[in-house]
Design a protein around this ligand. Structure first.
Ligand SMILES: CC(C)(COP(=O)(O)OP(=O)(O)OC[C@H]1O[C@@H](n2cnc3c(N)ncnc32)[C@H](O)[C@@H]1OP(=O)(O)O)[C@@H](O)C(=O)NCCC(=O)NCCS
Length: 157
């Protein structure tokens, strides 16, 4: 079903959604973070239009797999790109045999929470995870002081 959604969206918007390949890293990181690149067992999906990357998401193959680093270029938001990226990552997780997918979202990020709920995710009811301190990503160190909600979605059996 996700595949059909992706095909519809792509046809409508003339986008291409594919896994990031090593020769595309430079052009994507010129405009998007790729903060989780080379972080363990995961892969990026990127939306392209006319040769330009518009957004990405990282799927980490933890148990269950986790959506991370969802980002859409500010000039291309509210067009359904994040929705299409989430669907592509779900399709891959399902193809790999997983039946659930999870993510963490800031308690204060109403936009991202609205997006995930619209994509079928729900609060897993776990205690908030407090994150405070300096974390080092590929893009450099960032200081975080946040509380994260856990969302999950059941994938088709
Ligand atoms: C959050 C983000 C990924 C959304 O990307 P997007 O491509 O604009 O999202 P979509 O167009 O697929 O939105 C689908 C739905 O999500 C909700 N949504 C998306 N952005 C929203 C916003 N700013 N405010 C409220 N609802 C929002 C809406 O319900 C929207 O449907 P609608 O446009 O028909 O109302 C993008 O704003 C972004 O990159 N933000 C910065 C990074 C970030 O916050 N990432 C998430 C970290 S957990």
């Amino acid at each position: 079903m996700c595949g059909a959604i992706i095909a519809d969206i792509q046809q409508q918007q003339n986008w291409d959604i594919r896994q990031l390949s090593p020769d595309e890293v430079d052009v994507v990181s010129d405009v998007l973070g790729l903060a989780r690149l080379y972080e363990g067992n995961g892969r990026y999906f990127v939306v392209w239009a006319a040769g330009a990357p518009l957004g990405h998401v990282h799927l980490a193959f933890t148990e269950p797999p986790e959506l991370q680093d969802l980002e859409v270029r500010p000039s291309h938001r509210r067009l359904g790109i994040a929705t299409a990226l989430v669907a592509a990552a779900e399709e891959e997780a399902h193809a790999q045999g997983f039946q659930m997918i999870r993510l963490e979202v800031s308690r204060g990020d109403a936009a991202a929470q609205a997006l995930y709920r619209k994509c079928g995710y729900a609060d897993a009811g776990l205690p908030l995870r407090r994150v405070k301190g300096r974390i080092v990503l590929r893009t450099g160190p960032i200081d975080v002081d946040d509380s994260l909600l856990s969302f999950t979605k059941q994938l088709p059996g």
